[in-house]
Design a binder for this molecule. Structure first.
Ligand SMILES: Cc1cc2nc3c(=O)[nH]c(=O)nc-3n(C[C@H](O)[C@H](O)[C@H](O)COP(=O)(O)OP(=O)(O)OC[C@H]3O[C@@H](n4cnc5c(N)ncnc54)[C@H](O)[C@@H]3O)c2cc1C
Length: 446
C-alpha cells in the first residue's frame, strides 16, 4: 500500500483529498449518497486517470468512478475506497464542423455541453437535467428530449477514449476495439474510465417546449390517448407524462404532459402537439418556443436524511394499455409514488437489439416510480411499492439502469437480457478480468 501511494504521489498531477482535508466532506458526497472514501482523486489529465486506476488496483482498494455523480444507487462514492472524480475533465470541443462531431471530457455535465454547443446551433440527444453527467447517462442509455428523432445518447456515440483496468489507454469505435465499443454502449461503467466521448450533435433551432396539464380525474383517458398519439406522431415530438407529482399535490396532482417538439416551425409543432391538448380538459399550457438549452432543468439535491427509491421498467406496444391502466390507478391512490412515463420508440427502435449493449429496443415507453422521504417513511412505503410492482410485473420488461436505486443480481438480470449479459461478461473478462470497475450494475468477468 505504501509503495502504491508513493507511486501515486509521484505520477498524479491532480488533487488528492483525504479525510480531514477541508474539501473532504463535499468531495465524498455524490448527489444522492454520502460516502466515506479513503481517497478522492481529481485527475486533470488522462495520465492522472491512468495513475489513479493503477493506484486503486495496486492498493487493492474498492474503486468508484464519478462522472456527474447522479447515479441513484450512489455509484459515485464508496466507503474506505478510492473515488476518481472526473469533474476536471470537462472540456467540450467541436472536432469536425461538417459532421457535427463533438469531443467531450468524461466528467462533463449536460449543462456544460449545452452551454458550449448552443452558440454553434448544435445539441446532443441527451437528458433533461443540467447537472447530470455525460458519463453515466451515456454509458447506460440516455433518454432525453431528442430521443424519438435521434435515438439514445449512446446511439450517437462515435468513439470513446478509455483507460482500462490495466491503466492502458485505448480508443473504442466500430473500427478499433469494436467489442469494447459495443459493450460501452449500454454496459455502464463496467469496462474502464472513459476520459473522452466523441458524439454526433444535431443542428438545433429553438424548440417548442412546455407542460400541458389535465385534472387528475382524467388520468386514464389522457394517458391512453397520449400513448396512442405518440405511436404515430412525428418523431420531432418527445414527451413525458408525470403523475402524482409530490410537489403538486401527490395523488391529487394534475396529470402533467411535458412536450418537446424539436423544431421551430409553429405550424408543424401545433399539428404534433394539438392532439394532446384535445385529450381532456386543459387546465394549464405553457408550451412556447424556447432555446433548446432552456429545456434542461436544474436537478434538485435532496436535503440530508432524505432517501430515494427509484425503480424503472419498459413497456412494449402490447403491454402499454395494461401498464397505463395500472399506473393511472396507482397514481390516484393514497401513498402513490411519483410516476414518470417517458416516450421512446422512433429512432431508438430502429437500432437492432444486439447492435449495442442496450437491448430494450422494442419498448414504446419507459417508466419510473420514485418514493422519497426520511428513512422510516421510505421503509414504511416499501410493501405498497412492492405490491405495485407485483401488479406490473406480468406486463413489463427489463429495467433502465439509469433509473434504479438498487443494484442486485435481479436488477442486473433485468437490465441485461441473457445474451447481452453473456457477451458483456466476455468483454469484461478481456478488459477487466479482476473486476476493478465493480461499483456499478456489475457484470462479472465470465
Ligand atoms: C435529477 C436527475 C435527472 C435525470 N434525468 C435523466 C434523463 O433525462 N434521461 C436519462 O436517461 N437519465 C436521467 N437521469 C439518470 C442518469 O442518467 C443517471 O443517474 C446517470 O447514472 C448519471 O450519470 P452521472 O455521470 O451523473 O452519475 P455517476 O454517479 O457519476 O455515474 C454513474 C455510473 O457511471 C459511471 N461513470 C460515470 N462517468 C463515467 C466515465 N466517464 N467513465 C466510466 N464510467 C463512468 C460511474 O462509475 C457509475 O457507475 C437523471 C438522474 C437524475 C438524478
Amino acid at each position: 500500500m505504501s509503495s502504491a501511494l508513493e507511486s501515486l504521489r509521484r505520477d498524479f498531477g491532480g488533487g488528492i483529498i483525504e479525510p480531514g482535508d477541508a474539501e473532504y466532506e463535499a468531495a465524498s458526497r455524490s448527489i444522492l449518497v454520502t460516502g466515506s472514501p479513503a481517497y478522492v482523486l481529481r485527475p486533470e489529465s488522462v495520465g492522472d486517470v491512468r495513475a489513479a486506476v493503477r493506484f486503486a488496483a495496486a492498493a487493492g482498494l474498492p474503486l468508484a468512478v464519478r462522472g456527474g455523480g447522479h447515479a441513484f444507487a450512489g455509484f459515485g462514492t464508496n466507503d474506505g475506497g478510492v473515488v476518481i472524480d472526473l469533474g476536471g475533465l470537462a472540456n467540450v470541443e467541436i472536432i469536425d464542423k461538417e459532421r457535427h462531431l463533438v469531443r467531450i471530457g468524461g466528467g462533463a455535465t449536460w449543462g456544460q455541453v449545452a452551454a458550449a454547443l448552443t452558440p454553434h446551433g448544435l445539441a446532443i440527444s441527451s437528458g433533461d437535467t443540467r447537472s447530470v453527467g455525460v458519463g453515466g447517462l451515456t454509458l447506460s442509455g440516455g433518454i432525453g428530449w431528442k430521443v424519438r428523432k435521434h435515438g439514445l445518447t449512446l446511439d450517437n456515440l462515435v468513439a470513446a477514449e478509455v483507460v482500462t483496468a490495466g491503466g492502458e489507454v485505448v480508443r473504442a469505435s466500430t473500427e478499433q476495439h469494436p467489442d469494447l465499443f459495443w459493450a460501452l454502449r449500454g454496459g455502464g461503467g463496467n469496462f474502464g474510465v472513459v476520459t473522452a466521448f466523441e458524439l454526433t450533435a444535431h443542428p438545433t433551432t429553438d424548440v417548442f417546449y412546455g407542460k400541458i396539464t389535465f385534472p387528475a380525474a382524467e388520468v386514464a383517458t389522457v394517458l391512453k390517448g397520449w400513448a396512442d398519439h405518440l405511436r404515430t406522431a412525428p418523431e420531432e415530438l418527445t414527451s413525458i407524462a408525470n403523475l402524482a407529482n409530490p410537489f403538486a399535490g401527490g395523488p391529487e396532482a394534475p396529470v402533467e404532459i411535458l412536450v418537446a417538439f424539436d423544431g421551430d416551425d409553429p405550424e408543424l409543432a401545433h399539428r404534433a402537439i394539438d392532439p394532446i391538448r384535445r385529450l381532456g380538459t386543459v387546465i394549464g399550457d405553457d408550451v412556447a418556443l424556447r432555446p433548446y438549452a432552456d429545456t434542461l432543468v436544474d436537478g434538485l439535491t435532496p436535503p440530508p436524511g432524505i432517501q430515494l427509491v427509484t425503480r424503472s421498467a419498459f413497456a412494449d406496444r402490447e403491454s402499454v394499455p395494461a401498464v397505463l391502466r395500472i399506473l393511472a390507478e396507482v397514481g390516484a391512490s393514497a401513498g402513490s409514488p411519483f410516476i414518470a412515463v417517458r416516450s421512446v420508440g422512433g429512432a431508438v427502435a430502429r437500432v437492432p437489439a444486439d447492435a449495442t449493449a442496450f437491448a430494450h429496443r422494442r419498448a414504446e415507453l419507459m417508466f419510473v416510480t420514485t418514493t422519497a422521504g426520511p428513512k422510516p417513511v421510505v421503509e414504511a412505503a416499501g410493501p405498497v411499492l412492492d405490491a405495485i410492482w407485483k401488479r406490473l410485473a406480468p406486463h413489463v420488461s427489463g429495467a433502465y439502469a439509469n433509473f434504479l436505486t438498487s443494484a442486485t443480481e435481479d436488477d442486473v438480470a433485468a437490465i441485461y437480457p441473457a445474451e447481452t449479459h453473456r457477451r458483456l461478461a466476455e468483454v469484461k473478462r478481456q478488459y477487466d478480468p479482476r473486476n476493478v470497475f465493480a461499483r456499478n450494475h456489475n457484470v462479472r468477468p465470465q
